[in-house]
Design a protein around this ligand. Structure first.
Ligand code: ADP
Length: 542
């Protein structure tokens, strides 16, 4: 017997219509180089329809790829909806990829037009002649940057001019499985891989991410996605803003701790989301500020050290809320909600749970699999295996990429490349990425756990642990440590600090002090760069 309910496509147009009808006076606030700009959802929806008219005027194909090279802004949000709601595919370009990777993804996705913030034109312009399918460049004047003196035969369109001349389009997407957007992984190994989201997957991800046990987002929220709109859909926050009618605060180009703390305070932000390196910086800026509006600080992308989360709890009474995901998982796939049974735990025990990646989100299945036997590991909080995941907003293959077969299991689950454990309550803990784990004498040392213990030392600002070749053990850990300004610490003092906090055989064979841990294009510690830098380094032998 079939259910007797109506069917309707899960398409993004619904979110736009809803914001326009129900919350036309709510706002999207953008911090630009020249000040704060405010657009209402009513204005936004009208501009988004006209922007679709611009795509028609430019002759972009029915399912053409519309690329963006932009900061978080109201205009970027217009593109987020104009492209998919008119049947095209939004392609958010990561502005921090290496130039050759940008060329690769633009050509691989076959982008037809790139919308670029004027302040970023200097980065993009040297590459335009390497693009094989791009026919138009549209410049969004965000108050900084120059147009090139010689446009080299390109007609550089101005966003606002095009918009003023265009007519609005009535949206009519009916196939929920149609592609809505694509995003490439940040490509820590090899070329970036393309993930293609559908209207349906984005719709379902938005609802799950809004739910109370996830971000619990609602109309009264004031949401600041510090995570870039080019990084895994700004973790769903841009769509959530529109779907709920929440105020969005777009931080624009200035992601300095001071600028972010100012926005939290002056815009009365309730939810602010970013990677750990962002929150490491902002913490020191919060003294004496009014942060009483904040109710959640979602954080992920790399491990959230317990001491960082606790640092926020001590300073502003609000610990960080950890989430886990990947570009391939839209990205939210698990989060650190606290079960009600934990109310009786001590604050320290609860902090330990916050250092996990929590439970799978509703709609997502996770399993942790022994890489040798292929069996699921026991829920004992100790046995490690590869985290695999499945669900309606998890990729099933990469876009035109022969690396797909090795990334998915025979039964269709995504192999995440993350090593994890799961405890009796179902809480998962990321031990490491497969390629970062230090394999010492056949046993694994978690670089993440070592880093977290090192960064808990008050004199340490940042730490990254890498495995270096060792004649006896195969690999041994080396710690690359950045001290806080004005602090001093010796290698022996650090090893003494670690003694008792980690197993003796985990203690790094060497500690080197460096000026800064190199970061990836999305602000994570770049261990690949460190491994390259220390490739020929010989560890001291005892
Ligand atoms: P890339 O894979 O190119 O770094 P993603 O942003 O898609 O780009 O990164 C996904 C990866 O980030 C995950 O596979 C995982 O290794 C890491 N990650 C994400 N969230 C967490 C978290 N809360 N704790 C530890 N690692 C995380």
């Amino acid at each position: 017997m079939k259910g007797l309910m109506q069917d309707g496509p899960l398409v993004l147009t619904h979110f736009l219509d809803r914001a326009e009808k129900l919350f036309p006076q709510k706002t999207i606030v953008t911090a630009t180089a020249t000040g704060i700009e405010t657009e209402t959802y009513g204005e936004w929806a009208e501009r988004t329809r006209r922007l679709a008219g611009v795509l028609d005027d430019l002759g972009i194909s029915a399912d053409g790829r519309v690329a963006t090279f932009a900061w978080n802004s109201a205009r970027h949000l217009e593109l987020y909806f104009a492209a998919p709601c008119s049947g095209r595919v939004l392609h958010t370009l990561n502005i921090r990829l290496f130039p050759e990777q940008i060329t690769y993804i633009v050509n691989h996705a076959e982008d037809e037009v790139i919308f670029v913030d004027k302040s970023l034109l200097g980065l993009l312009w040297p590459l335009v002649d390497t693009f094989t399918t791009v026919r138009h460049i549209v410049v969004m004047d965000d108050g900084r940057g120059e147009l090139p003196a010689d446009s080299g035969g390109w007609l550089l369109h101005d966003y606002e001019d095009l918009l003023a001349a265009a007519s609005p389009v009535e949206f009519n997407v009916t196939d929920e499985n149609q592609a809505a957007a694509m995003c490439y992984t940040s490509g820590t190994t090899g070329n970036p891989k393309g993930v293609v989201y559908s209207h349906r997957s984005t719709w379902l991800h938005t609802l799950a991410a809004m739910s109370a046990d996830s971000l619990g987002a609602c109309e009264r929220d004031i949401i600041m996605p510090v995570v870039p709109m080019f990084h895994a859909n700004a973790w769903g926050l841009a769509h959530i803003g529109v779907a709920t009618g929440a105020t969005l605060v777009m931080p624009g180009p200035d992601l300095s701790p001071k600028a972010l703390a100012n926005l939290i305070e002056t815009q009365r932000v309730t939810v602010a989301a970013g990677v750990p390196t962002i929150w490491m910086g902002v913490l020191g800026e919060l003294d004496g500020r009014d942060t009483s509006s904040l109710r959640a600080i979602p954080c992920g992308g790399s491990a959230v050290p317990k001491h960082l989360s606790e640092g926020y709890r001590m300073k502003i009474g609000l610990p960080i809320q950890q989430a886990w995901g990947m570009t391939e998982t839209s990205p939210l796939a698990s989060g650190g909600q606290m079960k009600s049974a934990f109310d009786s735990l001590t604050e320290d025990e609860r902090a330990d749970y916050r250092a996990t990646i929590g439970l799978p989100s509703i709609g997502v299945d996770c399993r942790i699999v022994d890489q040798v036997t292929g069996e699921q590991v026991p829920w004992d909080g100790e046995t490690r295996g590869e985290l695999q995941t499945a669900g309606p907003w998890i990729a099933r293959e990469y876009y035109n990429d022969d690396r797909s077969p090795e990334s998915f299991t025979a039964d269709g689950w995504l192999k995440t490349g993350d090593v994890a454990t799961v405890d009796a309550e179902g809480y998962m803990r990321i031990v490491d990425r497969t390629k970062d784990v230090v394999k010492s004498g056949g046993e694994w040392i978690s670089s993440v756990e070592l880093e977290n213990e090192i960064m808990a030392h008050p004199a340490v600002a940042e730490a990254a642990v890498i495995g270096l070749k060792h004649p006896k053990w195969g690999e041994r850990p080396m710690a690359c440590v950045v001290l806080r300004p004005g602090e001093s610490l010796t290698s022996a003092e650090l090893l003494e600090w670690l003694d008792g906090r980690v197993a003796k055989w985990w203690l790094p064979d060497e500690v080197v002090f460096i000026d800064e841990v190199p970061k990836t294009s999305v602000g994570k510690f770049s261990k690949r760069e460190l491994r390259e830098r220390f490739a020929d380094h010989v560890l001291p032998t005892a």
